[in-house]
Write a protein that binds this ligand. Structure first.
Ligand code: SAM
Length: 276
C-alpha cells in the first residue's frame, strides 16, 4: 500500500519511489492519473486498474499474481490508499491468502489538515465523507454532537457550503478549519467560527478539494464577550430572519451560555415590537 502525493508531486517518499520502480506491477485507482506521477519520476512499471467498481474481481486477479510470486504495489489517486479510497478489499484478499501487506506511508489530507489546525490532535475522529443526502447527514451529525475529540471530514466543492451550514446548525457554532487544495498552488486554510467560514463560502462557487476540521464538543460553555454575542444574534437575524426567541435558542444551543444572558442581549440589540 503506497501513499502518493495529495497535490504536490514532491510529497513522495524515497522509499515509495523505489518500491514503485521495483515491483512487478502497480495496481492503481486510475491508471491515467497515476501515470502523471510515475512519468514525473521516470517509473515504467506496468499498471493495471483497481477502482471501487472492479475492486472485488481485480483483487482476486492480483492476489493470484502475488501467489505466483509477483510483487504488486497499490496506489490510489491521492494520499493513502484505503482512506476514503479503494484498497481495503485488495488488502483483505491478500491477507486471507497469507500474503504480506506492507505500508509505505506518506501523505493523507486528513492528517495534513490536522497537523495545522491548532486544535488538540492527540485524539481525533475521522469520518471521511458525510452522507450526501441532507436528512441522513443531519442525523449522522446529531449522533456525533457530543464527541469531544477533534472531528475531521472530507467534502466535495459542490457541498462544502451547505455542509458547513448544517454542521453549524447541528453541532453548534464552534471553531473550525477548512483546508482547501493542500500542498497545491491555491492552498488556502480558513480558520475561525463555523458561521464565519460558512458565510465566506456561500454565494460563490467553491472549487478544489476540501478537508474540514471541527473542534470537538467542549464541556465548558464557550467564552464570548457581549459584543460577540450581539454580533452573533444580529447575524442570525439578518441571515435567516428568524424570531428573537429562535435566535436566542440558537445562540444558547451553539454556545452553551446561560439563556438569560443571551435573552438580555437580544432585547438590547433587536427591535422586537412584534415578539416577546
Ligand atoms: N486517500 C486520500 C487521503 O489519504 O487523504 C483521500 C481520498 S478522498 C477520495 C478525496 C478527498 O480527500 C477530497 O474530496 C478532499 O475532501 C480530501 N482531499 C484530498 N486532497 C486534498 C487536498 N489537497 N486538500 C484538501 N483536501 C484534500
Amino acid at each position: 500500500m503506497v501513499a502518493t502525493p495529495i497535490g504536490n508531486l514532491e510529497d513522495i517518499t524515497i522509499r515509495a519511489l523505489r518500491v514503485l520502480k521495483e515491483v512487478d506491477l502497480i495496481a492503481a485507482e486510475d491508471t491515467r492519473h497515476s501515470r502523471i506521477l510515475l512519468s514525473a519520476y521516470d517509473i515504467r512499471t506496468p499498471l493495471v486498474s483497481l477502482h471501487e467498481h472492479n475492486e472485488r474481481e481485480r483483487s482476486a486477479m492480483i492476489v493470484s499474481k502475488m501467489e505466483s510470486g509477483m510483487n504488486v504495489a497499490y496506489v490510489s489517486d491521492a494520499g493513502t490508499p484505503c482512506v476514503s479510497d479503494p484498497g481495503y478489499q485488495l488488502a483483505a484478499a491478500a491477507l486471507e491468502n497469507g500474503i504480506r501487506v506492507v505500508p509505505v506511508p506518506g501523505p493523507s489530507a486528513a492528517i495534513a489538515a490536522l497537523s495545522v489546525c491548532g486544535f488538540p490532535a492527540d485524539q481525533f475522529l475521522f469520518y471521511g465523507f458525510l452522507p450526501p443526502k441532507s436528512n441522513s447527514r443531519r442525523r449522522f451529525l446529531e449522533s456525533i454532537r457530543g464527541e469531544e475529540q477533534t472531528l475531521i471530514f472530507y467534502e466535495s466543492p459542490a457541498r462544502i457550503a451547505e455542509t458547513m451550514r448544517e454542521i453549524q446548525d447541528v453541532l453548534g457554532d464552534r471553531q473550525a478549519v477548512v483546508a482547501r487544495e493542500l500542498t497545491k498552488v491555491f492552498e488556502e486554510i480558513r480558520r475561525g467560527w463555523i458561521s464565519d467560514i460558512a458565510a465566506g463560502l456561500s454565494g460563490s462557487k467553491a472549487r478544489g478539494e476540501f478537508t474540514i476540521i471541527v473542534r470537538g464538543a467542549s464541556r465548558e460553555p464557550v467564552s464570548m464577550t457581549d459584543d460577540e454575542i450581539q454580533e452573533r444574534l444580529l447575524r442570525l437575524r439578518s441571515e435567516r430572519s428568524i424570531s428573537l426567541r429562535d435566535a436566542v435558542a440558537d445562540v444558547v444551543r451553539q454556545t452553551g451560555l446561560p439563556r438569560k444572558r443571551i435573552y438580555d442581549m437580544a432585547l438590547k440589540c433587536f427591535s422586537f415590537s412584534d415578539e416577546n
